[in-house]
Design a protein around this ligand. Structure first.
Ligand SMILES: C[S@@+](CC[C@H](N)C(=O)[O-])C[C@H]1O[C@@H](n2cnc3c(N)ncnc32)[C@H](O)[C@@H]1O
Length: 371
């Protein structure tokens, strides 16, 4: 399988032969649900992509309707001029971190902090121009690049918070602490005018020591599946795992973000119908979650295979709106699969009794896999 792969000639990027000759042909365990591309669907998926090099406008913005709900395959520097200013209500950025990482044949090389900040300067100010005056922006990073990100964001926007995501998995090191966290900076253009819906991102937590008043639950609910409390989220997130092989959202992208993580950002900081923009789209998580939650989207991705994977996930999202770990309008803690399952079978029974279809896909998909 040969893909057209635009090559970033920057001195810090090295082109190497792709190892992803055909993701389909990799040997995988029986229960492995990793989403791959197959030969037959590639021509169809290609029809959905916009290729930067073939866009009609030259260094001028496309009309919004041409790029809305599209994946643009191209380099961020060449693609950004095609995006109109004030285009997005919410921008989510998961850039290459200051690490050496092979993105399917294009290696991003780790560099000095100064050089990484110069790299951020080549695109971050341009990206901020695409944000509406009342828009919000999130940018992800690890401990090593987070200070550079903070400095870059502060030059353009007002930072309102720093979310720490305890992502659990991380590679152990003999002479250092294992890296098990990431930062997500939350910033806005205008701190006096931005959208934030905390009610949309409540967490359903199990109550360990249920407190009663006059024999009645205080601030928690007694249900058949257990005792739970709905809580408002803090800026420390410990309820989200990195996608792994048994999850249907998983792809071979090396740094794919979980749908549950982006669902929180999108639900809190956008309304249905808003535009979500991701300039480093990867396997498509931001666009896919935006679509599942009834938002519009647009993403840029350099690597064609990743862009095609994004398109495949977007097609699947037409019929499957489930987001693992988010159901019934709340986010569930890790390891609550059996509770969610009980809740779903009760719901299914109720639907059967009322003559509505027994299972909707979202419920069953959501609950087949633990986190
Ligand atoms: C950290 S990953 C994003 C992963 C994504 N959040 C997901 O959930 O799959 C960064 C992505 O940026 C892409 N990328 C790197 N340099 C780029 C450039 N100059 N223009 C556009 N995309 C680029 C890489 O191919 C990679 O897929």
């Amino acid at each position: 399988m040969h893909f057209f792969r635009p090559f970033n000639k920057s001195k810090n990027c090295t082109k190497i032969i792709s190892s992803m000759e055909n993701t389909e042909s990799k040997k995988r365990a029986e229960r492995n649900r990793t989403l791959t591309l197959n030969q037959e669907e590639i021509p169809l998926l290609r029809q959905h992509l916009l290729y930067t090099d073939t866009l009609e406008t030259v260094n001028t913005p496309e009309p919004s309707e041409n790029i809305l709900n599209k994946t643009i395959n191209g380099d961020i520097i060449k693609s950004l001029p095609h995006i109109p200013d004030n285009f997005a209500d919410l921008i989510i950025i998961d850039p290459p971190y200051n690490l050496t990482k092979n993105f399917n044949g294009t290696v991003f090389n780790s560099r000095t902090q100064d050089s990484y900040e110069e790299y951020l300067d080549t695109w971050f100010p341009q990206v901020c121009k695409k944000l509406k005056s009342n828009g919000s922006l999130y940018i992800c990073g690890d401990w090593k690049c987070t200070a550079s990100l903070q400095r870059a964001v502060e030059k353009q926007l007002t930072i309102l918070n720093r979310i720490t995501w305890q992502r659990e998995k991380g590679r152990g090191a003999k002479a250092n602490w294992k890296n098990g966290m990431e930062d997500i900076w939350f910033a806005v253009k205008n701190p006096k005018d931005y959208y934030f819906d905390v009610e949309a991102v409540k967490i359903k937590r199990r109550v360990i020591a249920p407190y009663t008043e006059n024999g009645k639950p205080k601030d928690w609910n007694q249900t058949e599946e257990g005792n739970f409390r709905l809580t408002y989220p803090s800026n420390f997130w410990d309820d989200i795992s990195i996608p792994f092989w048994s999850m249907p959202e998983n792809t071979d992208h090396p740094t794919q973000k979980p749908e549950k993580l982006y669902a929180k950002l999108i639900l809190a900081s956008s309304k249905p119908g808003d535009v979500i923009f991701d300039p480093f789209l990867g396997s498509g998580t931001a666009s896919v979650v935006a679509k599942k939650l009834g938002r519009n989207y647009c993403g840029i991705e350099l690597n064609e295979e990743y862009a095609l994977l994004a398109e495949k996930r977007l097609l699947l999202a037409e019929t499957d709106k489930s987001i693992q770990g988010y159901s019934d309008g709340v986010f569930w803690e890790r390891n609550t699969l059996s509770d969610q399952k009980k809740r779903t079978s009760e719901k299914a029974e109720t639907k059967q009794n009322t003559g509505i279809k027994a299972h909707d896909q979202s419920d069953s998909q959501n609950l087949l896999f633990d986190e």
